[in-house]
Design a protein around this ligand. Structure first.
Ligand code: COS
Length: 379
């Protein structure tokens, strides 16, 4: 299968690359060290149209292909994966389910400002006792007349407290298992909806990760996303698409680390020659480039299947776990090429290594991705 990018796709990739190198890269090490989420960078990405790429024009998007969005996430993550996850959590995990499952009124009210980038989105599924076993939801939403009363909490939520719009899940019928879960759209300023601990993270430190706390939050019935009792399917279908974006993040992280290592290997002189002339380094670079290409092809294939309206769950899971596994290998190799300098936070590659680790974990651990792939093969 060949991926010849169209002129428009190449131009978009180039524009995002230039934007990231000019506007985002100069401050990335400093923001990473300070664990600083800078919403103004998201606003600039929105001005470039990156928050609405594949969303319908009717609701503030550009109506182009999903693959273009995936390439944008890759290019953003090549420089700053914190911004990459902030944007993809908003687009893939909040705008996307509203687009796929929302009513016209919900789309008008919530999707339009999200697609335009005026609002930021977030997604709340994970709870202290519902990680890989996402069906074990302990948040409860009780119907009382024209609204639900929501109680419970969510952890590890990207964009929490900065986002205006939240897609969250809760049990509406605890006796019905996965068929008792319902999706809701929440607004940041709903009474009883607050934010807990800010996570002190190994990587993606330029993004914001916090708890969501619900205490008797009154959620109008018109904010149910999809059908009552069908929330688990909404969550799973959403994560299928989200996993392609995580794969793109991993490809971007690996690409960024590889480019730094390649440049360093050409300029670092030891034994009177650039270390790149040493075959052990040359072969390492060859392996890095090959793994990144393979991961990118898996990622673009999954995105193209989604664009074509074909099933893509298995391919998204394959891309996600392969790309994130090789991202960890490639970023570790980049540190090895830098030697002692690679271990210092004064140089760029340590940050890539720290950022790579989370891509093996979030939006479904790589163990869960293998459950999805093996389930599909053995079905
Ligand atoms: N799309 C749509 N529906 C899906 C689906 C998908 N990709 N995967 C499962 N479903 C449906 C099933 O068809 C089933 O429907 P019925 O009730 O009509 O039969 C229902 O969901 C339950 O499916 P299943 O029995 O397979 O659910 P499990 O509880 O066994 O969970 C896994 C399956 C493990 C795959 C799921 O819990 C999962 O993906 N866990 C990881 C969660 C995750 O990614 N967390 C990260 C949060 S965001 S950082």
């Amino acid at each position: 299968m060949m991926f010849e990018l169209t002129e428009d796709q190449q131009l978009l990739k180039q524009n995002v690359r230039e934007f990231m190198e000019k506007n985002v890269e100069p401050t990335v090490l400093e923001r990473d060290a300070a664990q600083k989420w800078d919403r103004s960078l998201y606003d600039q990405a929105a001005e470039l149209g990156l928050t609405g790429l594949y969303l319908p024009e009717e609701y503030g998007g550009s109506g182009i292909d999903f693959l273009s969005y995936i390439m944008a996430v890759e290019e953003i993550s090549r420089v700053d994966d914190g911004l990459g996850i902030a944007l993809s959590a908003s687009v893939s995990l909040c705008s996307n389910p509203i687009n796929d499952f929302g009513t016209p009124e919900q789309k008008e009210k919530y999707l339009t400002p999200l697609a335009k980038g005026e609002h930021l989105g977030a997604f709340g599924l994970t709870e202290p006792n519902a990680g890989s076993d996402a069906a074990r939801q302990q948040s409860i939403a009780r119907l009382e007349g024209d609204h639900y009363v929501l109680n419970g909490s969510k952890i590890f939520i990207t964009n929490a407290s900065s986002a205006e719009t939240y897609v969250v899940f809760a049990m509406t019928d605890p006796s019905a298992g996965t068929r008792g879960i319902t999706g809701f759209i929440l607004e940041k300023d709903m009474p009883g909806f607050t934010f807990g601990k800010k996570e002190n993270k190994l990587g993606i430190r330029t993004s914001l990760t916090r708890e969501l706390l619900f205490q008797d939050v009154k959620v109008p019935v018109e904010n149910v996303l999809g059908q009552v009792g069908k929330g688990f399917k909404v969550a799973m279908a959403t994560l299928d698409g989200g996993r392609i974006a995580v794969a793109a993040q991993a490809v971007g992280i690996a690409q960024g680390a590889y480019e730094h290592a390649l440049a360093y290997a050409k300029e670092r002189v030891q034994f009177n020659a650039p270390i790149a002339k040493n075959q052990t380094i040359g072969f390492k670079l060859a392996d890095m480039a090959t793994k990144i290409d393979a991961a990118r092809l898996l990622t673009y294939r999954a995105a193209s299947l989604k664009d074509a309206g074909k099933p893509f769950s298995k391919e998204a899971a394959m891309a996600k776990y392969y790309a994130s596994d090789i991202a960890l290998e490639v970023t570790a190799d980049a540190i090895q090429i830098y030697g002692g300098y690679g271990y210092s936070e004064d140089y760029p590659v340590a940050r890539y290594f720290r950022n790579a680790k989370i891509t093996q974990i979030y939006e479904g651990t790589n163990e869960i991705q293998r459950v999805v792939v093996s389930g599909s093969i053995l079905r």
